[in-house]
Structure formats: structure tokens, C-alpha cells
Design a protein around this ligand. Structure first.
Ligand code: FES
Ligand code: FES
Length: 170
């Protein structure tokens, strides 16, 4: 990577939820702030800003990462998925529908990050079980719901995926 000077602006270009986007950034700008402040993609929330709460979690090249622990400039040429990309043509994803059905959110502040982390886990489905879902959730702070309904929603989608079926709408 070429030498970067603070204050100097650079163009970053990447794929956001399947669409090519670009914007100007200083080297020190966080990916979370770039998504929200520069691109107006405000689905990913910002809580602690130091990697603890999980609210800012997005997927980068398929992997769930804290966007407050990445610099925007690191994403150049990559692929980013945020909660805005989960629904297709205004149809919620199976995981989102399961969250709705199981009342797995209240204020919703933590929800985008949890959905992105769970989507990675469920896509991979390597030895996923209740324990691994709970371990994943230990990296996400929710101050409203407790975690029982979130676990139930995730396990329902896991079971449906394995059965090759689809989660019902309601
Ligand atoms: S805002 Fe990134 S982990 Fe809390
Ligand atoms: S639903 Fe409010 S913080 Fe999780």
C-alpha cells in the first residue's frame, strides 16, 4: 500500500450489497463512519466504537467484522454486506422473518449487527448448534430482549436450512 498521509483524501471503491460504490476518505476514517456518514448507509449502528458491542458488524468478503475496527481505506476493492442487503425486493430474509416471528428484538439497536453475524454462521453451517449460536451472541450486547428469542429464531432458520425448506412468513 502506498504511504498515506493524515488529512490527505483517497478514493475507495468497493461493492456494497451488490452495487459498486465509491467515496472520498481520509486514511483514519473508520469503515462504520464511512458507511453511515459518507455513503448514507445507516443500517449498521455504532455503539461503543471499540469493538465490544457488535452493533456495527457487517460482512467483508463474507466474514463478519466490526466495522468500527476497520478503516474505510482497507475496504478498497472488497465486498461489503450490511443489514440493508439482507432483504431481497422488499422481502425479508428468512432470518429477519424468524426474528419478527420470535420477537427477537425490541428497540432494534443491536439487531443489524446480530443479523450479520448470524448470517455468516448460518451460511457456513459447520457444526452450528445452540452452543455455537450462544457463543456468537456473547459478542453482541443487547440491552432489551435477553437472548432467548434470538437463539430460538436462529435455530429455527438452521433447522429449516438443513431440511431444505423455507421459514414461514409469520
Ligand atoms: S460500535 Fe463497533 S463493536 Fe461497538
Ligand atoms: S433490541 Fe434493543 S438493544 Fe437489542
Amino acid at each position: 500500500m502506498p504511504r498515506l498521509n493524515a488529512g490527505q483524501r483517497h478514493t475507495v471503491q468497493f461493492e456494497l450489497n451488490g452495487k459498486s460504490v465509491s467515496g472520498e476518505t481520509e486514511p483514519r476514517l473508520l469503515l462504520s463512519d464511512f458507511l453511515r456518514g459518507v455513503l448514507g448507509s445507516t443500517g449498521s449502528h455504532v455503539g461503543c466504537e471499540h469493538g465490544v458491542c457488535g452493533a456495527c458488524t457487517v460482512r467483508v468478503d463474507g466474514c463478519a467484522v466490526r466495522s468500527c475496527l476497520m478503516l474505510a481505506i482497507q475496504i478498497n476493492g472488497g465486498k461489503v454486506e450490511t443489514v440493508e442487503g439482507l432483504a431481497a425486493n422488499d422481502t425479508l430474509s428468512p432470518l429477519q422473518r424468524a426474528f419478527r416471528r420470535h420477537h427477537a428484538l425490541q428497540c432494534g439497536f443491536c439487531t443489524p449487527g446480530i443479523l450479520m453475524s448470524l448470517s455468516e454462521l448460518l451460511d457456513a453451517d459447520t457444526d452450528v448448534n445452540e452452543k455455537s449460536v450462544r457463543e456468537l451472541l456473547s459478542g453482541h450486547l443487547c440491552r432489551c430482549t435477553g437472548y432467548g428469542n434470538i437463539v430460538r429464531a436462529a435455530l429455527e432458520v438452521l433447522a429449516e436450512n438443513r431440511a431444505g425448506g423455507t421459514v414461514p412468513d409469520d
